[in-house]
Ligand binder design. Structure first.
Ligand SMILES: [Zn+2]
Length: 238
C-alpha cells in the first residue's frame, strides 16, 4: 500500500531496516513534529501524506514510516533511508513515496526537504490537470507564477520522482500538482516544503472560490516578477 495514497502499489512493500539504532534522532524528532503541521493545516486525512528531509553532509534522508498515524507520532515513526530509498535505520518501513523523494534528492541537490499530501483543493486542480493561474499577489510572492501540473504517474518506481524533477527544474514554483494525484513540494528545508504545501492549498482554494463567480483577472508578468523578486529577496527576516 502507498502510505501517501493508501492505494495498492505495483511493487512489493518496502522493507524496514532490521533494527532501530537511534541515529539522527534530533532530525527525526524535528520531522515528526513537522507532520503535526499537516494536521493543523487540514492537509491530510488518516495516514496519507509525508514529510522528508535530507541529512546534512550525508547521502541520507529521513522520511515518515509507512502507515504511521499522526496522533502521537514520535521520532521512531521516522525512518532513515539512503538516496536509493533503502531503509538504513528504523523499525518502520519507509513511506511508499520514498522512491519519489529519493529520486528528487538525487537529482535536485539544492532540495533539502519535501512534502506530499492529497490536500483537497490542490488535488481538485490535479484531478483536472489544470495549472493554478497566478491571479493573487500571494501566489506571485510564493510561487512566482502558476502552480504547474506534473504528468500522470503510477506509484512504485521512479515515475513520480521523474515527473516532479522534470516539472520543477527551472521553475520558480516549489509546488507541483501531479495529475490525478496531489501536491508535491520542495524546499531548502523540510519546514520550507511544509510552508509551500500550506500555501499551495491556500491559493488553490482561493482561486477555486474566485472561479465560482467569474474569471479571475491575471497579473501582468512584469508585476509577477517584481512581486516575486521583492518577496524572495527583501521581505522577512533573513
Ligand atoms: Zn499520494
Amino acid at each position: 500500500m502507498c502510505s501517501g495514497c493508501d492505494t495498492p502499489t505495483r511493487l512489493t512493500v518496502r522493507q524496514a531496516a532490521t533494527e532501530e539504532r537511534g541515529t539522527h534522532r534530533e532530525q527525526r524528532e524535528h520531522v515528526a513534529a513537522l507532520h503535526a503541521l499537516l494536521v493543523t493545516n487540514a492537509l491530510v486525512t488518516w495516514t496519507a501524506g509525508n514529510v522528508s528531509e535530507r541529512v546534512p553532509g550525508e547521502d541520507l534522508f529521513v522520511i515518515k514510516g509507512s502507515g504511521v498515524e499522526y496522533d502521537g507520532m514520535t521520532w521512531e515513526g521516522i525512518t532513515v533511508c539512503d538516496l536509493d530509498g533503502k531503509a538504513v535505520d528504523g523499525v518502520r518501513a519507509p513511506s511508499s513515496d520514498t522512491d519519489a523523494h529519493a529520486y528528487v534528492y538525487r537529482n535536485m541537490p539544492e532540495v533539502n526537504g519535501q512534502v506530499h499530501t492529497h490536500s483537497t483543493y490542490a488535488a481538485a486542480w490535479a484531478a483536472r490537470a489544470e495549472p493554478v493561474p497566478c491571479v493573487l499577489t500571494a501566489m506571485a510572492d510564493e510561487f512566482g507564477g502558476p502552480i504547474p501540473i506534473g504528468p500522470f504517474a503510477l506509484i512504485g518506481d521512479d515515475s513520480i520522482g521523474r515527473g516532479i524533477v522534470e516539472t520543477l527544474t527551472g521553475h520558480r514554483s516549489p509546488a507541483v500538482f501531479m495529475q490525478n494525484h496531489g501536491v508535491f513540494t520542495i524546499g531548502k528545508s523540510a519546514k520550507a516544503a511544509v510552508k509551500a504545501a500550506v500555501m499551495a492549498e491556500d491559493v488553490a482554494r482561493t482561486v477555486h472560490v474566485s472561479r465560482q463567480l467569474g474569471e479571475p483577472v491575471p497579473i501582468a508578468q512584469a508585476d509577477i516578477d517584481a512581486l516575486y523578486e521583492r518577496y524572495q529577496n527583501v521581505y522577512g527576516q533573513k
